[in-house]
Design a binder for this molecule. Structure first.
Ligand SMILES: Cc1cc2nc3c(=O)[nH]c(=O)nc-3n(C[C@H](O)[C@H](O)[C@H](O)COP(=O)(O)OP(=O)(O)OC[C@H]3O[C@@H](n4cnc5c(N)ncnc54)[C@H](O)[C@@H]3O)c2cc1C
Length: 129
């Protein structure tokens, strides 16, 4: 079994850890703060603005500078894919003004602690609800 160490449990690290675990790796996620997803929690005034419904070229043109380099990343995981990722884990989402997507619960902790669908991808103990 492959062993993967991810340093930093922000949105990028959490997704990397979940992705590696989904592919069968044994994952260790290291975080220097007392809890995971600290900055994630403060987005959207504490409700976690987890993505937008605007996609494709609209999204890319909002990035300052040369956003075109993001085409391949968004092709791999689009805003629609991300919402589906959360829906499969039992986190329902809603859309508010400005195309902003939030958890229906309005609770940021529900985003960081939602569970993967398979027993293989178990979250580390400090990420369980
Ligand atoms: C006030 C505010 C409001 C925001 N609002 C929004 C919004 O509404 N919508 C939106 O999409 N984005 C918003 N953002 C931006 C969003 O928070 C960031 O884009 C996102 O958090 C970046 O994720 P990341 O995983 O790359 O980095 P981070 O979230 O910064 O995560 C990095 C993690 O690594 C940890 N770390 C660093 N060094 C080490 C180490 N040596 N060892 C162990 N752990 C380490 C950190 O503690 C942290 O938890 C907002 C940001 C702020 C500050």
């Amino acid at each position: 079994m492959k062993q993967v160490v991810v340093v930093g449990a922000g949105p990028a690290g959490l997704m990397a850890a979940a992705g590696a675990a989904a592919h069968g790796a044994r994952v260790t996620l290291l975080e220097k703060m007392a809890r995971v997803g600290t900055k994630l929690s403060i987005t959207g005034n504490g409700r976690c603005n987890l993505t937008t419904t605007a996609g494709g070229s609209d999204l890319i043109k909002w990035f300052p500078g040369n956003g075109r380099f993001l085409h391949s990343a968004f092709h791999e995981l689009s805003n629609t894919d991300l919402r589906e990722f959360f829906h499969k884990r039992g986190l329902q989402t809603k859309v508010e003004q400005g195309n902003r997507v939030f958890p229906v619960s309005d609770k940021d902790k529900d985003v960081a602690t939602c569970r993967p669908p398979s027993p293989r991808g178990t979250w580390p103990a400090n990420m369980r609800p």
